[in-house]
Design a protein around this ligand. Structure first.
Ligand code: SAH
Ligand code: MG
Length: 203
């Protein structure tokens, strides 16, 4: 991956270890041959840099969907809370300004389209098939499964489904993404890679 993009990805706030980001980038290069890339869960744009860099190289774009008010697990009092992303005016989380700065610093504004809204609402009005779908939104079981149910149908034949934070052992983390992965396998997606908690499958 381009050195400048890699340094931006590494310094941006977020939840994507570099090895997983690089695997995601590879998956993006592959999926990008078939169609655009789509991410659920932008946060401050860390994974969007790994994927956006792949979109640029593949001659396509990344759509990244988030309401930018944080998941349950990002709220005050929870493990993944960062007070710097709270908007003092409303007292609510707002990560959109951080995402915009990340894309500007990375020089990826022409290749990454921020879609601001609730994931399943966007999906209900969506129509474009994608070469790669990356699910990294809310990690509560109902939320993660709703993302899968709403978006999996848009993955093109031969396209890639990537799921983050998949932990087989409950001691390592929440089980919702693992349940989503199991549903995908049951639905006929073929597992292709595991890097840390990132799993990819092919339709
Ligand atoms: N991919 C990011 C991390 C995403 S954190 C990285 O690389 O760092 C999960 C994100 O999902 C949060 O920003 C949260 O606002 C968003 N989210 C959670 N539930 C959502 C929903 N139902 N619709 C849209 N976005 C949602
Ligand atoms: Mg994640």
């Amino acid at each position: 991956m381009d050195g400048h993009l890699l340094s931006v990805a590494r310094r941006v706030k977020g939840f994507m270890p570099d090895a997983e980001g690089q695997d995601l980038h590879q998956a993006g290069l592959e999926g990008g041959r078939l169609g655009p890339l789509l991410e659920i869960g932008s946060y401050c744009g860390k994974s969007a840099v790994y994927l956006g860099s792949a979109a640029r190289a593949a001659g396509t774009v990344l759509f990244t969907v988030d309401h930018h008010h944080g998941s349950e697990e990002n709220q005050a009092g929870w493990e993944h809370h960062d007070p710097e992303v709270v908007d003092p005016r409303s007292g609510r989380m707002d990560t959109l300004p951080f995402l915009r700065r990340t894309l500007e610093d990375a020089g990826l504004e022409d290749f990454v389209v921020a879609v601001v809204g609730e994931s399943t609402t966007v999906a209900a009005h969506w129509g474009t098939q994608v070469g790669l779908l990356f699910i990294d939104g809310g990690h509560a079981l109902d939320v993660a499964m709703a993302d899968y149910d709403a978006w999996a149908r848009f993955v093109l034949p031969g396209g890639i489904l990537a799921i983050h934070d998949v932990f087989e052992d409950p001691a390592d983390g929440g089980q919702a993404p693992f349940e989503v992965w199991q549903s995908a396998v049951a639905d006929g997606f073929t597992p292709i890679s595991t890097t840390g908690s990132l799993r990819t499958l092919r339709r």
